[in-house]
Ligand binder design. Structure first.
Ligand code: FES
Ligand code: FES
Length: 163
């Protein structure tokens, strides 16, 4: 149901499953998913670097596919299942991709890491044992300004042996 808020913006009640939990909230039509996750749900593991669909820091999964949450409207995802970096931990254990990034130092400052991890997990759904080139091609929408790509590629290959 749509209603008009005090500011005159069109609001919509949406229901999503986020990291396995159902959430229902009113959002403005223009609210992007990254803002919804960070500011409404306080899931700040999803980072915002560019806000213009270039850096990939904001990548999450929507219905199992990696998307840039800075350019997806929360209202359009009504009814979807969203997974963020916070949702990867299971029974207190990190996801194999997170373990591999940790083990092989696939990060420096860590700002790009949530998006890298979420994108890389999606890659392994498509390709079980990707080559270096396939990893680099897949992650071209994820920018690391610490230039840690060598170790990121190594971490994705390591995770591929565990997943
Ligand atoms: S913040 Fe979404 S791509 Fe950079
Ligand atoms: S580890 Fe710093 S931006 Fe990638």
């Amino acid at each position: 149901m749509k209603v008009f808020s005090e500011e005159g913006k069109t609001m919509k009640k949406i229901t999503l499953e986020v990291n396995g939990k159902k959430v229902s909230k009113e959002v403005a039509d223009h609210t992007v998913l990254s803002v919804f996750l960070r500011e409404v749900l306080n899931l700040t593991g999803t980072h915002v670097g560019c806000d213009t669909s270039q850096c990939g820091a904001c990548v999450v999964h929507a219905d199992g596919k990696s998307i840039k949450s800075c350019t997806a409207l929360a209202a359009d995802l009504d009814g979807s299942k969203v997974t963020t970096i916070e949702g990867l931990v299971s029974n207190g254990k990190m996801h194999p991709m997170q373990e591999a990034f940790k083990k092989l130092h696939g990060l420096q400052c860590g700002f790009c890491t949530p998006g890298m991890v979420m994108s890389a997990i999606d890659l392994l759904k498509h390709k079980k044992n990707p080559s270096d080139k396939e990893i680099r091609d897949w992650l071209e929408g994820n920018i690391c300004r610490c230039t840690g790509y060598q170790n990121i590629v190594a971490a994705v290959k390591e995770a591929a042996t565990k997943m």
